[in-house]
Ligand binder design. Structure first.
Ligand code: SAH
Ligand code: SF4
Ligand code: F3S
Length: 469
């Protein structure tokens, strides 16, 4: 039988990227091989994101295009199955099939291991849908998610440590689409990391909606905090870099700070979303931390590792946000000094408490605020990147670059870096002296001397005086 062609299109966060690989691995024994185009695929999976309206609506325009491709496939005498997975599948369920009859299977993030079975069911019955969440037992415990590890696909890989979120920020759909927080046991995660390392992976990014809420079962039968898990994983031979995403400012325990102080493999670059710099808005968002709580958390990290840098997420135009609130956000960004950050216009999501709030900020105000914030973030990012010029920085080389003879990798701060070298350096961490900067990418030469200590993040000096801790 010729191999069947599978095309997966993913939207949204790193968890979806990981899940796409997991689905591909689950379908490989059924003879599915991945293909780059949807048109000639036998099976197309849209792995969707529900976080903002724009993300959700993309699914329906994509399904419109797929209808034409499916009709063409039928005329060519071959079939095409269409699956909607991910957070829109979880949130909208059957509604998707009603709106887009082209869809054969709707599957929520907790049910991907049933995909082969769901495809068979759809073949027999026309349609299949599964968006159940695991049910808690009589003691209120949720079953551990049965996530088989993905196969190694290069030098860097994701590993899920927890899934779901119990925070219920008032703007956010994640607690509804990914369910309650569930942590995987330490031994399972260590096993996955070990296997990936044995297959050539050198860098692991631990992922979850809220990784530092981690409290998975340790080998001693007790729940382990996230920092302790990092210590365990740093022992695994072959793993030279550890990262994690996303973390919540409220769950930064001392064990995590301590891991940053002591583990060389733990990269000094932390994504720590704050959303707003206004205490009034933070309270309305149910973030359960103030701007100064956040500054204190940043300060604890910086005391543990002076070369640490941060990225963040921001929402502008949350209902009721005034110019004064927004000014507090700009002030916070100025105080922290980010190496990078993402900012979004508030998007009301069905079913979330904030969607009920009045006092919407006008589109014009939102646009203007987003532009001002992004300008400030961009200038910080450029300043941060410029501090790399002339320095020698460790780069983990991952793949051939775009130009022949070029090898590409990343710095500890995830900046893309390129050198001219043989591909024998792929998989190694080597010092690179940075000669030039092109947009966000660094270019340089392999250095014979070890890397110099990394630069301070912009704004740090200012931050230390304002925080006064
Ligand atoms: N778990 C992470 C990230 C969740 S989603 C955290 O705790 O921060 C990623 C980002 O999308 C969020 O940090 C937030 O900035 C943004 N986001 C979430 N819901 C949104 C909404 N309704 N409108 C606009 N942006 C939103
Ligand atoms: Fe959403 Fe808040 Fe949970 Fe992050 S912490 S996933 S923003 S509810
Ligand atoms: Fe989107 Fe779901 Fe991730 S809503 S951001 S794909 S958890």
């Amino acid at each position: 039988m010729p191999p069947r062609k599978l095309h997966i299109k993913s939207y949204g966060c790193q968890m979806n990227v990981y899940d796409a690989q997991r689905m591909a691995d689950a379908l490989a024994p059924e003879g599915y091989v991945e293909t780059a185009s949807a048109e000639d695929a036998d099976l197309v999976i849209l792995n969707t994101c529900h976080i903002r309206e724009k993300a959700s609506e993309k699914v329906y325009s994509e399904l419109g295009r797929l209808r034409a491709a499916k009709d063409q496939a039928a005329r060519d005498g071959r079939g095409m199955s269409v699956v909607v997975a991910g957070c829109v599948a979880q949130a909208e369920g059957e509604e998707i099939i009603r709106r887009a009859p082209v869809v054969d299977v709707v599957v929520g993030p907790q049910s991907y291991h049933h995909l082969p079975e769901l495809l068979a069911r759809a073949k027999a019955a026309g349609r299949a849908l599964e968006t159940e969440f695991p049910v808690a037992d009589k003691f209120g415990f949720l079953p551990q998610p049965s996530r088989q590890a993905i196969r190694a696909r290069g030098i860097s890989a994701f590993v899920t440590v927890q899934e779901g979120c119990d925070k219920f920020c008032t703007f956010c759909v994640v607690p509804y689409t990914r369910g309650a927080e569930v942590s995987r046991p330490v031994a399972k995660i260590a096993e996955d990391v070990q296997r990936l390392a044995d297959n050539g992976v050198r860098e692991i990014t631990l992922i979850g909606q809220n990784v530092n809420a981690y409290h998975g079962e340790g080998p001693d039968g007790r729940p382990w905090p996230f920092g302790k898990l990092l210590y365990r994983l740093a022992e695994i031979p072959g793993i030279v870099r550890l990262r994690y995403s996303t973390s919540h400012p409220r769950d930064v325990e001392d064990s995590l700070i301590d891991a940053h102080r002591h583990l060389d493999a733990l990269m000094p670059f932390v994504h720590l979303p704050v959303q707003s710099g206004s205490d009034r808005i933070l309270a309305a968002m149910n973030r359960r931390h103030s701007a100064s709580d956040y500054r204190r958390v940043i300060d604890r990290f910086r005391h543990a590792r002076q070369d640490i840098a941060f990225s963040s997420d921001f929402i502008v135009g949350f209902p009721g946000e005034t110019e004064e609130d927004f000014a507090a956000t700009l002030a916070l960004v100025g105080q922290i000094g980010y190496a990078a950050a993402y900012s979004f216009k508030y998007s009301p999501r069905p079913g979330t408490p904030a969607a009920e709030l009045r006092e919407a900020v006008s589109t014009a105000d939102m646009d203007a605020r987003l532009e001002r914030l992004q300008k400030l973030i961009d200038s910080q990012q450029s300043a941060f990147n410029r501090t790399a010029l002339g320095r020698t920085i460790d780069v983990l080389f991952e793949r051939a670059g775009r130009k022949p003879g070029q090898i590409a990798g990343r710095t500890p701060y995830l900046q893309p870096a390129h050198v001219e070298a043989s591909d024998a350096i792929i998989g190694q961490v080597l010092p690179v002296t940075v000669a030039s900067l092109e947009r966000y990418s660094l270019f340089g030469t392999l250095a014979s001397i070890p890397a110099s200590p990394a630069p301070l993040a912009p704004g740090e000096a200012q931050f230390q005086t304002t925080a006064g801790v």
